[in-house]
Write a protein that binds this ligand. Structure first.
Ligand SMILES: *Cc1c(COP(=O)(O)O)cnc(C)c1O
Length: 393
C-alpha cells in the first residue's frame, strides 16, 4: 500500500466510502416491509462491492438472522474468526460445483443449497467423513431457468433421496427455496406462475415428510413489492445497500432506502487547453473552445465502466460534469468549462444523491447497465472507508 492510498490518510487517490448506518437503516426498513419474517442479508460478491464482513455485521446488528452468499468460499470467510460475524448467525451459500468444499461447509455449520442429485451425493459422502449431518436446503427451479431442480421427476427424486439421507442421519433438510426471474417487473405473468409452482413443490416435499425451518423465494424487488412471496424468510441484496432493484418500480427514496456507497476521487490535475484539443484515447471528445480539463484518477480497472465514456456524470465543486472522451484503465478526464478547482479537489462519481451528486443509478443509465453492476464492480484498488461503524443509528 503506498502513501497516497493509506486508509485514513488525508490524501486518498480515490475512495469508496461505505456508510454502515445506511446499511443498518436499510435492513430495518426491509424488516418492516416483511414483518414476522426472518431476513437473510445477501452479501455475495464482497457485499456487492461494499465489503462482505462489515456489511454482514451491520445487517446482523439491524436484525438480520441469516447471511447469504453465492460461493462456499464467501460463506466460509464469514465464519472465519476475524469476520466479526456472531457464531449463531445462519449462513447459506448456493453456488456449488463438484468437489465442494462440502466437508468444510458442514464443519462450519453452513446451510448448503442442493439443486440436483450430484450435489446430494457429494454432501452425504462428506457428512459421513465429517461424522455429522449437513444442513441442506433444496432448491426448486420454479421458472427462472437457472440453478435448481426441475419440477416433476427431478424434484420427486431429490426429495426422496434427501429424506433417505435424513433418515440415515447424514443431513437435515433445513430449507426449501427458489428464486424469481422477473420480480422487478410487477404484474409479469411469471411471478404468479412461479409462486404457484413454488407452493406446489413445497407442498409435495412437506407431504413426503420434509420439515423445513424456512421456505423462501423473495429477493429485493419481491421483498419490497410482493408480500405474498415472503413466506418464512426474505433474501434482499441490492436493497440493503440502499439501491432500488429497478427504477421502474421506484427510486431508493420511494422505498425509504439510502445508498450506502459514495465513490469519489481527488483531481490529479487541472489544466487549461485551447479549443479543438482532442481528449483521451481515440479523441472521441474534442474541446469546443478554450477550457479547463480535470483529470480523475479512476478508470475501468477500478470498475468505472468504459461504456460510460462521454456519458458518466461527476460532481466537481457543485457542478455536474461529464466524462470527456474515453474512460481509460486508470483515469478519465472531465471538461471543467473554464472552472479552476485546485488539484486534489473532490470529484464525486456517485453517492446517495443528497449533496447533489449523481447516483449509481445515473451511472447505470450512462453505461447501459444496472446499478447492481456499477457498485459490484468497484475494484480492489479502491480502498473502502467505513463510516458509522458500531451499533448506534
Ligand atoms: C443475488 C441473490 C439474491 C439477492 O438479489 P437482489 O435482487 O440483490 O435482492 C437473492 N437470492 C439469490 C439466490 C441471489 O442469487
Amino acid at each position: 500500500m503506498n502513501e497516497t492510498d493509506a486508509p485514513g490518510g488525508a490524501a486518498l487517490r480515490a475512495r469508496a466510502e461505505i456508510d454502515l448506518a445506511a446499511v443498518r437503516a436499510n435492513v430495518r426498513t426491509l424488516r418492516q416491509r416483511a414483518p414476522g419474517t426472518a431476513l437473510m442479508a445477501v452479501v455475495k460478491a464482497d457485499g456487492y462491492g461494499h465489503g462482505a464482513a462489515p456489511c454482514a455485521r451491520a445487517a446482523v446488528e439491524a436484525g438480520a438472522t441469516w447471511l447469504g452468499t453465492a460461493t462456499p468460499q464467501e460463506a466460509l470467510a464469514l465464519r472465519a474468526p476475524g469476520s466479526g460475524v456472531p457464531a449463531g448467525v445462519r449462513i447459506m451459500c448456493w453456488l456449488w460445483t463438484p468437489g465442494g468444499p462440502w466437508r468444510e461447509a458442514i464443519e462450519a455449520d453452513l446451510d448448503v443449497s442442493l439443486g440436483g442429485r450430484w450435489a446430494l451425493d457429494e454432501v452425504t459422502r462428506a457428512a459421513r467423513l465429517a461424522g455429522r449431518p449437513a444442513r441442506v436446503q433444496l432448491k426448486a427451479d420454479t421458472g427462472l431457468g437457472r440453478g435448481g431442480c426441475q419440477p416433476g421427476d427431478d424434484w420427486t427424486e431429490l426429495v426422496a433421496a434427501a429424506l433417505r439421507a435424513e433418515a440415515e442421519g447424514l443431513l437435515r433438510v433445513t430449507g426449501l427455496w427458489s428464486h424469481f426471474a422477473c420480480a422487478d417487473e410487477p404484474g409479469h405473468p411469471s411471478i404468479a406462475a412461479q409462486l404457484t409452482r413454488f407452493r406446489e413443490m413445497v407442498a409435495y416435499a412437506e407431504a413426503q415428510g420434509v420439515r423445513p425451518e424456512v421456505r423462501h423465494i423473495a429477493n429485493s424487488p419481491a421483498t419490497l413489492t410482493l408480500p405474498e412471496s415472503h413466506f418464512d424468510l426474505v433474501r434482499p441484496g441490492i436493497a440493503m445497500y440502499g439501491i432500488s432493484p429497478s427504477p421502474e418500480i421506484g427510486t431508493s427514496a420511494d422505498f425509504g432506502l439510502r445508498p450506502a456507497m459514495t465513490l469519489s476521487a481527488s483531481l490529479a490535475l487541472v489544466k487549461h487547453v485551447p479549443g479543438g484539443h482532442g481528449v483521451s484515447y481515440g479523441h472521441h471528445y474534442v474541446t469546443p473552445g478554450a477550457t479547463t480539463l480535470g483529470l480523475v484518477p479512476l478508470g475501468y480497472a477500478d470498475g468505472v465502466p468504459r461504456h460510460a465514456s462521454s456519458a458518466g456524470p461527476v460532481l466537481v465543486e457543485g457542478k455536474w460534469r461529464t466524462v470527456a472522451g474515453r474512460v481509460a484503465m486508470d483515469q478519465f478526464v472531465v471538461d471543467l468549462g473554464g472552472d479552476e478547482p485546485e488539484p486534489g479537489a473532490e470529484a464525486v462519481l456517485f453517492g446517495p444523491g443528497e449533496r447533489g451528486e449523481p447516483t449509481a443509478e445515473d451511472w447505470a443509465q450512462a453505461a447501459g447497465t444496472i446499478a447492481y453492476e456499477i457498485v459490484t464492480r468497484i475494484g480492489a484498488r479502491v480502498p473502502r472507508v467505513y463510516v458509522n461503524e458500531g451499533s448506534g443509528r
